[in-house]
Ligand binder design. Structure first.
Ligand code: FAD
Ligand code: DLZ
Ligand code: SF4
Length: 512
C-alpha cells in the first residue's frame, strides 16, 4: 500500500479549506479526527460546549468525505481510544502506512507544544501550516507591535481596515470620516423593541447520539444540555448568519452595550462558536456586513461596530496571545487571591445581575460581551478573585472559548492581571453603570443607590474597596485620577462605612 500523508484535523479546524488540505491530493492523504478525553477534560468544559464540538466534528467528517477525502474518525467511545491527540497519532501510525504528518497550527500553546514534539516522538517529517483563517499573520502582528510603547487595539484595528479595505473610501479614508463609532454603541435597551432570537436548531440523529454520550460521560461537568440550540454544520451556521444579518445587525450598533433581564442575546450575532471552530469564515462575514451597509440596509454604527469586533478585537486578542508567550497565563499584577465563589457554578446569588449572567451561561454556554466584561468580569475584578481561577471558568463555560481568544480577554482585558498590556485602565465599575445600561437593578434585592449597609449593592462598596486596596499598583494611573480624588473627597465616616460593607460582603463570600 502506498504511503500516505496523515492530516489531523482538530476540533477548531472545521473549515473545508483549512490550510493543511490546500494543494493536497485526496488519494494520497488520510485525514484523522479524534474525540479525546484529554481535550474534553483539561478543564471541565460546559456539557453543551463538548456536545457542540463533537457534533460539529462528526458532521464535518461527513462533509469532508463528500468532498472526496478519506477520513478516519475516532469517537470518544471507540475501544482503544488512547485519550490524547499524541496517543491517537501513535495508534494511526500503527494501523496505516504513513510517510509524513501535515497539520494546521493549533490555537493554543499547550497543543502546539504537543505537535512540535511529534517529529522526534514519531520519527516522521511534520509540517505545520499557518492558519489562514485569520486576517493578521503572526508576522503582521509582530511587525505592528515592534516599535510600540503601548499595544492599543484601536491602532491595530486601523491597520486591519487598511489590509482588508473594509469600510474604506477610494482614497483610503474611513467610511463616514471616522474610524470608530464606539460612542454610538451605547444605548440602553427598551422592552418595547422586538428582539430577534437566534434559530434553535433541532438536534438530528448525530447530535442526539452526542448529547447522550456527553450526558453520560461528562455528568460532573458544569452546564445543562436541556437548551442545546447550536448549529452543527456549515449550512446551519450560514442560516444563523443570514438571520443575524437580516434581523439583528440593523440594531447591533445601537444596543451593543445593553443588558436586559431574561434576554440573553439582544441584537448580538451568537456566531462566535461557529467562527472560532471554523464553520464560518470571519472575513467573509465582515464582507457580508459591509455589503448590507452599502445596500442601505444597516447604519454605519452597526456595520463598523460589528466589523471592529472581528477584524479589530478578535485579531488583536490572538496577536497578544501569541506575542505574550505561554507564561502570560500566570500573570497576576494585582496579586488577587480570592477563590471563585460556588455561585459561579449555580447562579445562586441575590445579585440579580450576576444570577442572570451566570444562570444563562450555565443554560446556554453563551453570554454576550457586556455580561462577560461588566457583570461577571467586573465582579471578579473588584472582589479580587484569583485571575487564573477566573480564566479557567471562562474557558470552561462558553461554547466559543479557546485559550487564544479567551485568555487575553479574561486575564488582560477583564482582570487587568497583565498590568495594562491590553487595557489602559481596569474595567471596574460600581452598580451605577449596570443600572444605567440595564433593568437588572429594578429586580434586585439590593439597592443600587446605597453604598453602605446590608442592603447596599455590593458592586458599590467593592468598587471603592478595589481602588483603595490596589492603590500601590493603580494610584499612578492617570485615567483613575478622578475616582481617587472623589474617594479622597469623601468624609472619613462615609469611607469607613463603605469599606466595612465591602469587608462584610467579602467575608460572607468566603463562607458561601
Ligand atoms: P457579537 O457581539 O455578535 O460580536 C461579533 C463577533 O465579534 C463575535 O462573534 C466575536 O467573534 C467577535 N468579538 C467580539 N468581541 C470580541 C473580543 N473581545 N474578542 C474576540 N472576539 C470578539 N470571545 C470568544 O470568541 N471566545 C472567548 O472565549 C471569549 N471570552 C471572553 C471572556 C471575557 C472575560 C470577555 C470580556 C470577552 C470574551 N470574548 C470571547 C469576547 C466576546 O464576549 C465574545 O466574542 C462575544 O460575546 C460572542 O458573542 P457573539 O457572537 O454574539 O458576539
Ligand atoms: C475543546 C475541544 C474538546 C472539548 N474536545 C475536542 C476533541 O475531542 N477533539 C478535538 O480535536 N478537539 C477538541 N476540542 C478543541 C481542541 O481543544 C482545540 O482544537 C485545541 O485546543 C487546539 O487549539
Ligand atoms: Fe447588580 Fe447591584 Fe444592580 Fe443588584 S443592585 S442588579 S447587585 S448592580
Amino acid at each position: 500500500m502506498a504511503e500516505k500523508t496523515l492530516i489531523p484535523i482538530l476540533g477548531d479546524q472545521l473549515s473545508v479549506n483549512i490550510s493543511s488540505l490546500a494543494g493536497q491530493n485526496p488519494d494520497e492523504c488520510l485525514l484523522l479526527m479524534m474525540e479525546v478525553d484529554e481535550e474534553a477534560t483539561y478543564v471541565r468544559h460546559h456539557k453543551a460546549k463538548i456536545a457542540y464540538i463533537f457534533s460539529a466534528m462528526r458532521h464535518h467528517a461527513k462533509a469532508l468525505e463528500e468532498r472526496g477525502w478519506a477520513v478516519e474518525y475516532v469517537s470518544l467511545s471507540d475501544p482503544g481510544n488512547s485519550g490524547s491527540f499524541s496517543g491517537e497519532i501513535a495508534r494511526a501510525l500503527e494501523r496505516h502506512s504513513i510517510k509524513n504528518i501535515r497539520i494546521t497550527e493549533a490555537g493554543e500553546w499547550r497543543v502546539m507544544a504537543m505537535i512540535e514534539n511529534w517529529e522526534d516522538q514519531f520519527g516522521l517529517p511534520v509540517s505545520i501550516c499557518p492558519d489562514q483563517r485569520f486576517i493578521a499573520t503572526h508576522q503582521d502582528f509582530t511587525a505592528w507591535a515592534e516599535d510600540k510603547k503601548q499595544l492599543r487595539m484601536e491602532f491595530f484595528y486601523r491597520e486591519m481596515r487598511r489590509k482588508t479595505g473594509l469600510l474604506l473610501d477610494q482614497d483610503g479614508t474611513p467610511e463616514g470620516g471616522k474610524w470608530n463609532y464606539d460612542s454610538a454603541n451605547r444605548k440602553p435597551a427598551k422592552r418595547d423593541l422586538s428582539i430577534p432570537q437566534p434559530i434553535r436548531f433541532r438536534p438530528d440523529a448525530i447530535t442526539a447520539d452526542v448529547l447522550a454520550l456527553v450526558a453520560e460521560k461528562f455528568a460532573d461537568h458544569p452546564g445543562s444540555l436541556d437548551h442545546f440550540h447550536f448549529a452543527v454544520t456549515h449550512e446551519e451556521a450560514m442560516r444563523q448568519k443570514r438571520k443575524f444579518l437580516d434581523q439583528a445587525l440593523p440594531r447591533f450598533g445601537d444596543y451593543q452595550d445593553a443588558l436586559l433581564s431574561g434576554e440573553p442575546f439582544l441584537w448580538h450575532s451568537v456566531l462566535s462558536p461557529y467562527i472560532n471552530s471554523g464553520l464560518l469564515d470571519p472575513l467573509e462575514l465582515c464582507q457580508d456586513v459591509e455589503r448590507r451597509y452599502h445596500d442601505g440596509d444597516v447604519p454605519l454604527n452597526a456595520a463598523e461596530g460589528f466589523i471592529r469586533q472581528i477584524i479589530g478585537w478578535r485579531e488583536y486578542m490572538r496577536g497578544i496571545y501569541w506575542r505574550e508567550g505561554p507564561d502570560y497565563v500566570d500573570r497576576n499584577f494585582l496579586a488577587a487571591e480570592r477563590p471563585l465563589p460556588e455561585f459561579f457554578y449555580s447562579g445562586d446569588t441575590d445579585m440579580h445581575c450576576m444570577a442572570e449572567a451566570i444562570g444563562q451561561t450555565l443554560d446556554l454556554a453563551y453570554a454576550h460581551h457586556i455580561q462577560r466584561l461588566m457583570i461577571t468580569g467586573n465582579f471578579a475584578l473588584i472582589a479580587g478573585l484569583q485571575p487564573q481561577a477566573v480564566h479557567r471558568w471562562y474557558l470552561e463555560v462558553y461554547a466559543d472559548a479557546y485559550e487564544w481568544v479567551e485568555l487575553p480577554n479574561t486575564l488582560g482585558m477583564s482582570q487587568f492581571a497583565d498590568g495594562g498590556t491590553i487595557a489602559s485602565k481596569p474595567y471596574a465599575s460600581s452598580g451605577n453603570y449596570i443600572n444605567k445600561m440595564s433593568d437588572y437593578c429594578q429586580h434586585c434585592r439590593y439597592d443600587v443607590k446605597q453604598r453602605s449597609g446590608e442592603n447596599a449593592c455590593p458592586f458599590n462598596s467593592l468598587y471603592w474597596d478595589f481602588l483603595v486596596r490596589n492603590r500601590d499598583q493603580l494610584g499612578n494611573n492617570h485615567r483613575l485620577a478622578m475616582p481617587y480624588r472623589t474617594w479622597e473627597g469623601m468624609d472619613s465616616h462615609t469611607r469607613d462605612d463603605i469599606r466595612t460593607r465591602a469587608e462584610n460582603f467579602l467575608d460572607q463570600l468566603q463562607k458561601n
